[in-house]
Design a binder for this molecule. Structure first.
Ligand code: T4K
Length: 373
C-alpha cells in the first residue's frame, strides 16, 4: 500500500528551533498587538523581498479587504474569474462590484487589452492576480492604471519572492497582497501581508488592521482586527531561514516534471511568463485533445490511485451561483478562462515531495496516456 500524495504539504522547519522561539514568547508574555517578532518579521521580509514597506496580516483575505479599504475603493473593480474565490469575495465584502475580464490564453493572467476595453466611468480599481506565481503583465497594467487614474492592487497571494525584469514583482501597482497560508511557498500557518509603497500607506494600513486606532486614545476609522500574532510571526521568521532551500527543492521537482513529461501527447506544462526568479508555487499542466482522457477523467484516475492533484481554478469564480448573475460572468465573454478551468490540473509540488513520489506521479501520467476511458 503506497501513501497518498496531496497537491501540497506545508514546509515545516525543525520543531526544536520553533520551541526556542516559543520559549521567548512565554518569557516575554507578549502574544500579539505588533510585538517584537511581528516587527522583526516585517523588517526581515522587507529585506528578503526587497520591498520598501510591509504590513503583516492574519490572512491574505483580510489583507485584500483592507487594501481595497485603504485606497477608498467604491464602485466596480476589474478582476479575473480565474482565481481563488477570496480575490472576488474581498471586492464584494467592500460593497464593490466585480467586473470579470478574460485572461490571456497562455499566461492565464488578466489580458491588459481586455482590461482597458472594460474600463468605464464606474471603474474604481483593477485587481489582477499573479496566477500560480507567474507575473501578470505588470508594465502594461500599471500603465493602464496611470493613464486612467485607476488604482491597481495586485493579488500576489501566489507570488512570494517572485522577481521580474525590474526586481520584485511586489513593487508594482499601488499595493500588493500576499498570503502566508499553510499551502503557500512561505507560510505562517495562517497569515498575509500588504506590500506598501510609502510610509504613509503603511501607517494608515497599520491603523486599519488595528481597529482604526491612532495611538491609545484616538480611533480614526472603522478598522478591523487583522493583526498577525507573535506565534505566527515567530514561525515566519523560522520559515524565512529555510525558504531558499524550500524554493530550490520546488525548482528541482519542476525541472523533473518538465523533462519527464516532455513530448507526452496532450500534456502541456505551463511556461513561465518571463520572471527572473520563480517560486514554483504550483505545477499546472494543461490536458489537451491529444490526451486519451479529459482533465476530469485524469483527475479521478489519479485520485483513485492515491495521487491528489487539484483543479485550481475550477469552477471559475464567475460560475459560482452567487456570481453567475453578474453581466460580466457570461462565459461567452470569458473563453480563455473557461478553457483553462476545464483543462488545467495542478500536480503535487512541495519541498518534501521525494524523488520516488515524483517518479510515481510521472509514471501514472505516462500510464494514463496509454489508456482511453
Ligand atoms: N488570493 C488568492 C489568489 C489565493 O489563492 C488565496 C488563497 C487568497 C487570495 C486568500 O489567502 P488566505 O486568506 O487563504 O491567506 C487553499 C488555501 O486554503 C487558500 O489559502 C489558497 N488561496 C487556495 C488556492 O488553496 P484549498 O481549498 O485548496 O485548501 P485545502 O485545505 O484543500 O488544502 C489543499 C491541500 O493542502 C490538501 O489536500 C492537503 C494540504 N494541506 C492543507 C492544509 C490547510 C496540508 O497538508 N496541511 C494543511 O494544513 O484552499
Amino acid at each position: 500500500m503506497t501513501d497518498d500524495i496531496y497537491v501540497t504539504r506545508p514546509h515545516l522547519p525543525p520543531l526544536e528551533e520553533f520551541k526556542d522561539l516559543l520559549g521567548k514568547i512565554w518569557d516575554r508574555g507578549v502574544l500579539t498587538n505588533c510585538g517584537p517578532y511581528h516587527e522583526e518579521l516585517e523588517a526581515s521580509l522587507c529585506s528578503y523581498l526587497n520591498v520598501p514597506h510591509i504590513s503583516l496580516f492574519n490572512n491574505g483575505t483580510v489583507a485584500l479587504i483592507v487594501a481595497l479599504r485603504a485606497l477608498g475603493i467604491k464602485g466596480e473593480v476589474i478582476t479575473t474569474p480565474y482565481s481563488f474565490v477570496a480575490t472576488t469575495h474581498a471586492i464584494l465584502w467592500m460593497g464593490c462590484t466585480p467586473v470579470f475580464v478574460d485572461v490571456d490564453p497562455v499566461s492565464l493572467n488578466l489580458d491588459p487589452a481586455r482590461i482597458e476595453a472594460a474600463i468605464t466611468e464606474n471603474t474604481a480599481a483593477i485587481l489582477p492576480v499573479h496566477c500560480y506565481g507567474h507575473p501578470a503583465d505588470v508594465d502594461a497594467i500599471d500603465a493602464i492604471g496611470l493613464k486612467h487614474r485607476i488604482p491597481v492592487i495586485y493579488d500576489a497571494a501566489h507570488a512570494f519572492g517572485v522577481e521580474c525584469h525590474c526586481g520584485s514583482v511586489l513593487t508594482h501597482g499601488d499595493l500588493s497582497v500576499l498570503s502566508f497560508h499553510a499551502t503557500k511557498v512561505f507560510n505562517t500557518f495562517e497569515g498575509g501581508a500588504i506590500v506598501c509603497r510609502t510610509p504613509e500607506q503603511k501607517r494608515y494600513i497599520d491603523q486599519l488592521k488595528n481597529f482604526g486606532h491612532d495611538g491609545e486614545t484616538s480611533v480614526i476609522e472603522t478598522g478591523i482586527n487583522g493583526k498577525m500574532s507573535e506565534i505566527n510571526a515567530a514561525f515566519g521568521l523560522l520559515q524565512l531561514k529555510y525558504v531558499d532551500e524550500a524554493i530550490g527543492r520546488r525548482a528541482a521537482i519542476d525541472k523533473r516534471y518538465r523533462a519527464e513529461l516532455a513530448g507526452l501527447p496532450g500534456v502541456q506544462c505551463l511556461t513561465d511568463t518571463g520572471q527572473s526568479r520563480q517560486n514554483h508555487s504550483y505545477f499546472p499542466i494543461r490536458i489537451g485533445d491529444a490526451f486519451p482522457m479529459n482533465r476530469d477523467d485524469l483527475f479521478h484516475y489519479m485520485k483513485e490511485r492515491g495521487v491528489h492533484p487539484r483543479r485550481y481554478f475550477y469552477p471559475l469564480i464567475s460560475n459560482f451561483s452567487m456570481y453567475r448573475s453578474l453581466p460580466s460572468s457570461d462565459p461567452a465573454g470569458l473563453p480563455n478562462a473557461v478553457a483553462a478551468a476545464e483543462e488545467i490540473l495542478c500536480l503535487p509540488i512541495y519541498p518534501d515531495l521525494d524523488d520516488a513520489s515524483v517518479t510515481r506521479i510521472v509514471a501514472m501520467l505516462h500510464e494514463a496516456a496509454t489508456k482511453g476511458t
